[in-house]
Design a protein. Structure first.
Length: 316
């Protein structure tokens, strides 16, 4: 948006950092998009637990947003927010924009220019264009603070923003335990994949049965450690979601914490780290023995299961 600097900070979602879409006010005063309410367990601003049964839409703020005048990102049109969506649909082929706030994401973070444009619709279609090839890079900021919260159990896990395997593909997110989950608590980083409910689920092939590759990106060297594994098609985690999010499933012992701390500067620069996930749609699953520690469900989901794996050895 051309007049981004003019936006009232009240109109920005505390979770996705985009212009609010169907704003909801939390019990402690902060505002999130309606869709972010269902994808985040904690407020991204103060980290308090979101009690969904005690919150509601903020009609007053929504009315204020409708009176806000904005400039189209694709032409010189300027008008109230209430008419902006109609303008986009009539003049720019329906490619509605929802905009990144205050440079939260820039060209150095990802190669896709579409990070600066997300659909302004009733449902959160954010980041659909991030992953046309089945890969996604999660940029995690404020790492040290989040590690402290994980150790103190104030906030044990963090979720990535939703992403898509293709424009009309699976809707996914990552869940990271910076101090480990379950038996890996205090010894490893734990990393999980979550399948989310999506408007295209009816035409997608189920169950989700593809090879997943997790990589912890080394910012100083080229030897970024990765693990790959196959999903157990018998687990409900990889069937079409009946709730907003399926149970998280992945690798509790993804990366040793003692090694992470010894090589901290390799993975964390400017209090920021990156994790890459890839969905491999082409590999054929081999018949391997079941190996513990891979494709387990997150411990806080009250269930653990193990399946076949295909590991790319990690450098640490």
């Amino acid at each position: 948006m051309k007049n981004m600097e003019e936006i009232d900070p009240r109109f920005i979602c505390g979770s996705c950092k985009l212009v609010l879409c169907e704003p909801y006010q939390l019990t402690f005063g902060h505002h999130l998009c309606k869709s972010c309410i269902h994808t985040d367990n904690n407020c991204a601003i103060c980290l308090e637990v979101i009690e969904t049964d005690k919150i509601g839409s903020d009609r007053g703020l929504e009315n204020d947003m409708r009176r806000f005048s904005k400039t189209c990102s694709q032409c010189d049109w300027r008008g109230p927010l209430t008419f902006y969506k109609k303008h986009i649909e009539q003049n720019h082929g329906g490619s509605n924009d929802r905009f990144i706030w205050n440079g939260q994401v820039n060209g150095n973070d990802f190669s896709q220019n579409s990070l600066n444009s997300e659909r302004l619709t009733g449902s959160y279609a954010g980041n659909r264009q991030l992953s046309n090839d089945g890969s996604f890079i999660w940029r995690i900021t404020d790492v040290e603070r989040k590690r402290i919260y994980a150790v103190s159990e104030r906030q044990m896990s963090i979720d990535s923003e939703p992403f898509y395997s293709s424009p009309t593909g699976y809707k996914l997110c990552l869940r990271l335990y910076l101090n480990g989950d379950g038996n890996a608590r205090g010894t490893h980083l734990s990393l999980f994949l979550v399948i989310m409910r999506n408007e295209f689920d009816a035409i997608i092939h189920w169950p989700f049965k593809y090879k997943i590759i997790f990589t912890l990106l080394n910012q100083l060297q080229s030897n970024s450690p990765s693990k790959s594994f196959w999903l157990d098609v018998n687990l409900t985690s990889f069937h079409s979601p009946t709730a907003d999010m399926n149970i998280a499933c992945g690798i509790p012992k993804f990366f040793r914490l003692d090694i992470f701390e010894q090589t901290y500067d390799e993975y964390v620069q400017n209090d920021t780290m990156f994790i890459k996930v890839e969905v491999d749609f082409t590999s054929e699953r081999s018949e391997l023995a079941s190996v513990p520690g891979v494709n387990e469900l997150a411990n806080n989901e009250k269930h653990v299961d193990i399946i076949h794996e295909d590991i790319d050895p990690m450098s640490h």
